[in-house]
Design a protein around this ligand. Sequence first.
Ligand code: GLY
Length: 335
Amino acid sequence: MSDVIVLERAVPGAEASSAAAGMLAAQIESRDDAELDGYVAAREAYANWAASLRELTGVDIGYRRSGALSIVSPEGLDAARRLVDSQRARGLRAELIDGTAARMVEPELASGVMHALHFSDEAQVDPPQLLRALSVATSRAGVVIRGGSTVSMLLTEGGRCVGVSLDGREILRADAVVLAAGSWSSLVPGVPDELPRVRPVRGQLLMLEERPARLGSIVFSGHAYVVPRGDGRVVCGATMEHVGHRRELTAAGIHTVLGNSIAIAPRLGEAEFVRAWSNFRPQVATSDGSPGAPLVGRSPLPGLFLATGHHRNGILLAKVTADTVANAVTAAPPR
Ligand code: GLY
């Protein structure tokens, strides 16, 4: 029996991890100083991780420090100035620039943009490539990945999680069980009631292809963003919808994402439409409705560990989550 078994309902990366746009947008996505510090550390860890994954697996995960612009409305100028001051005070590169300077950074930016925040250290990876690299790396390390396996119950004995039941037919016993079921985490039978609920937030995304490649920088405007891969492909996202596990692409969703993307960079209107998809961000529910912090590390049930609820930042936090969970598992008292 392998030391580590990954149980996957479908195939590895079938859900949110491959569907993500792959932004490592630590300075844009963080909501407070604690998140900022954690997110920046996670973003910085990617440079070495990408290099070691390439060396180990031969797979290039598309890590690029492409920089990011975040469009600022006239009403948002004061908040943008405060954000620049506070990020610079923490030693980070951030500047508020006018539209002319922003179009020097990204010539494809719409002519109506008057101001933007520029974060030159923001980066990106290509999530399907990351998942390919991790499949190879984990297999080489002896991890067994069992696709098509649905956990029908967490098994507990004497107040401790001791394994799982698979499809009600097979029992797998384990010293440690890690709940990493994303938007389905709260639906796994046997998950302790006291854990916060993890709920799905649908994101609809699409890919365009420019020939030749023009867009160079990640650009945000509110919830819309465009993420150029550097080879002509541009990922455009994303809706934020509380519709349960309904996965369908909607006319309004695609209309909104396309409209917002073309408003950011008008020549995207000439790009080829390649495909559209949707998936679910796993969001931790809180009493005031704001997204809660991810659930990572030990749980109230000994033997059960958590790696879920990463909402908009699962790719960014992938490596630090893995490190935290591995440390928690190895530090836990044995059975
Ligand atoms: N991280 C971007 C998104 O969740 O749409």
